[in-house]
Ligand binder design. Structure first.
Ligand code: GAL
Length: 663
């Protein structure tokens, strides 16, 4: 989707309201500067009240009204919420949990994505929508489904799993080998014996669990691509996407999916209410940008498809965003490459499960602080037109790999709670606090221009991944590898000869033993600070010691090492340093690699990100503190329209965007 302006809007559910409200909504959207709304996401039962009987009159009117109001539509296929008739007609298409409980209608997302009846019904409603609306002038984007993320263990799933396994492994011998079924006598003699992982007596087979996660991601992906193909065929000019949801529970490998969407779209809801929400926003945006680049093979736009206009969901309560925070969170995503800002949701429903979820037009109406802030944001986004061309400038890459995250979650690891996404977040947070912008990359992605590559607990390493890392270092790139990286191959089988198997020689270390730490345990480091979660017996085999452990069985032994390879350095970090120590360590590694912050003189609490297009550049300054901050910068401040000679004052909790003088 090419844009000349940033997109602005959110999910709109006219099917929940009488038609008078639609007119009010269009007028309010225009007032707020909205130019794109997602419609129809959960409207299947209103579009097809009985099998094959369609009621499109209301959606015809809605799309015409939008068009008349100059607002474009991201038209959704409603397949995330099958109607009650579907459940009754196809009980076999209802999902089954790992312990054999069949789920029933009553919420949303209740279907098995491998059930032929579900797939046929989903294809059919997508085809009907495509035929009717593919050339509607309001249509800007197809939005397939909503947040693919369910799982199932029913017989349809098991049959599909066997087919997927046969394709991946070729024959049963290869499967037995990949899953190490010689352990505990699990050898399979016939494909019919192979099933989905179910509730079982003790630790389940890690190879089976990992393949099931991969299989299920591919199954959901095929449910998406078959709808996409139908929509594309009806009008190839209209881009197609689906909204990615972030979270450790999500059974989807977004990097694989990114290749199949025309525009990466992500939903982001921080679950922290403190400053952690800002760190989470930056990470989510960098992940989305990384997937967009991975999908396109070059830097590419992405879109924040859902975010909360007000309350943030936290464990057990909703936290009301302080004034200005919504705008700052929104612009933080634009700073990091989003082609716009979309909210869930436009108007708060009077009933239904999410009746208290925040909305631009709340239960109190439009005469509210939130609506006024949303209108201000609309005006701010309009002033940033042209910025879409700017590429986010980052010289550090952090590798993220969904499968490594899944594999570390498997039972039988040396410690519970091992968390690749959490370790990615920790490295990202350390660099974020140091003012250094990072790209998130998928193993195998091109690394041109990235001076430092960080592998945080990147547990799985295929030979191809190991080669990718080696190539980076041998072409002058710096590397920082943390504990548990490269320990296993792509089937989660351990690489023998000492950890970290795939990177041992490159790093010049050999790890003999793990010493996992208890939750409340700390191990002191000679650099100052302490390590948590993990520690190891590290032998130097070509590397030099940078930091040693103090006390305990590892006293005096290497904790952090570094090996010189040409002009580059390859670091190994065998524990998880506390945040301040990690920040210092990563800043040192970045500095040696020649990487500096986007705005070195920005005061603490001010996030700085630069987007550049040739000679033109834009500097975003986000003030996360409650005091005004003076920041050395020059150019033209786009939100206020003021010229800036050498310093700009960013208001408390506010944002400045400078169009900088040409270099
Ligand atoms: C999203 C979902 C929306 C809504 C929202 C609430 O993940 O796509 O439909 O449920 O969460 O935060």
């Amino acid at each position: 989707m090419t844009t000349k302006a940033l997109w602005y809007g959110g999910d709109w559910n006219p099917e929940q309201w009488p038609a008078e409200v639609w007119h009010d909504d269009i007028a309010l959207m225009r007032e707020a500067g909205v130019n794109l709304v997602t419609v129809g996401v959960f409207a299947w039962s209103r579009l097809e009240p009985a099998p094959g009987r369609h009621t499109f009159d209301w959606l015809d009117r809605v799309l015409d009204l939008l068009h008349g109001g100059g607002i474009r539509a991201a038209l959704a296929t409603p397949t995330a919420s099958p109607p009650p008739w579907f459940t009754h007609a196809h009980p076999d298409a209802m999902p089954v949990t790992a312990d054999d409980t069949r789920l029933h209608h009553g919420s949303r997302d209740t279907y098995c994505a491998a059930a032929p009846a579900y797939r046929a019904a989903a294809r059919s409603i997508a085809e009907t929508l495509a035929t009717r609306y593919a050339h509607h002038p309001a249509l800007a984007l197809w939005h397939v489904h909503n947040e693919y993320g369910t799982t199932c263990h029913c017989p349809h799933t098991e049959a599909a799993f066997r087919r997927w396994l046969a394709e991946r492994h070729g024959d049963l011998d290869a499967l037995n080998d990949a899953w190490t079924t010689s352990f505990w006598g699990q050898h399979y003699a016939d494909w019919a014996q192979v099933g989905a992982p179910r509730a079982t007596q003790y630790l389940a087979n890690p190879g089976q669990l990992l393949d099931f996660r991969r299989f299920w991601s591919d199954t959901l992906l095929s449910a998406y691509t078959e709808q996409r193909d139908v929509l594309r065929a009806a009008n190839p000019a209209v881009p197609v996407t689906t909204n990615f949801v972030l979270g450790e529970w999500v059974p989807v490998d977004h990097a694989r999916w990114a290749r199949e969407v025309d525009l990466v779209a992500v939903d982001h809801y921080p679950d922290r209410v403190d400053a952690g929400a800002e760190e989470q926003s930056a990470l989510a945006a960098d992940l989305a940008r990384g997937w967009a680049r991975h999908g396109a093979g070059r830097p590419a736009p992405w879109l924040l498809m859902e975010s909360a206009p007000n309350q943030i969901h936290t464990a057990g309560r909703m936290h009301t965003k302080e004034p200005g925070r919504m705008t700052r969170h929104s612009l933080a995503h634009v700073a990091r490459g989003s082609a716009g800002v979309m909210f869930f949701q436009w108007r708060a429903p009077a009933g239904g499960a999410e009746r208290f979820h925040s909305a631009v037009v709340s239960h109190a109406g439009a005469d509210t602080r939130v609506f006024r802030e949303a209108t201000g944001l609309g005006a701010a986004l309009a002033r940033l037109g042209g910025i879409e061309a700017g590429r986010v400038q980052a010289r550090v890459a952090i590798a993220y790999d969904a499968a490594s995250g899944w594999a570390l979650r498997h039972p039988g690891m040396p410690r519970d709670g091992l968390d690749h996404p959490g370790e990615v977040a920790a490295a990202h947070r350390a660099l974020w606090h140091a003012g250094i912008t990072t790209d998130l990359v998928t193993p195998g992605d091109p690394l041109d221009g990235h001076r430092l590559l960080v592998l945080p607990a990147l547990y799985l390493a295929s030979d191809a991944t190991a080669d990718w890392v080696r190539r980076h270092v041998h072409t002058g790139g710096h590397l920082l590898v943390t504990w548990l990286s490269g320990v296993a191959d792509e089937h989660a089988r351990i690489r023998l000869g000492g950890y970290p198997g795939a990177y041992r020689d490159l790093l010049g270390v050999r790890v003999e033993e793990f010493h996992p730490l208890a939750d409340d345990e700390r191990v002191l480091l000679t650099s100052g600070g302490f390590g948590r979660i993990w520690s190891e017996t590290v032998h130097l085999a070509g590397a030099e010691q940078v930091t040693a452990y103090i006390g305990g069985v590892l006293d005096g032994r290497p904790a952090v090492t570094r090996r010189r390879i040409g002009d580059a350095r390859a670091w190994y970090v065998s524990t998880r340093p506390d945040d301040a120590t990690y920040r210092r360590l990563l800043t040192d590694a970045a500095r040696l690699a020649g990487v500096v912050p986007a705005c070195p003189a920005a005061p603490p609490g001010v996030e700085a990100v630069r987007r550049r297009d040739g000679d033109r550049s834009w500097l975003f300054l986000l003030n996360h503190t409650d005091r005004p901050q003076r920041v050395p910068a020059a150019g033209h401040e786009l939100l206020t329209g003021d010229p800036v000679d050498d310093r700009v004052t960013v208001p408390p909790g506010g944002v400045a965007v400078l169009c900088e003088p040409p270099r």
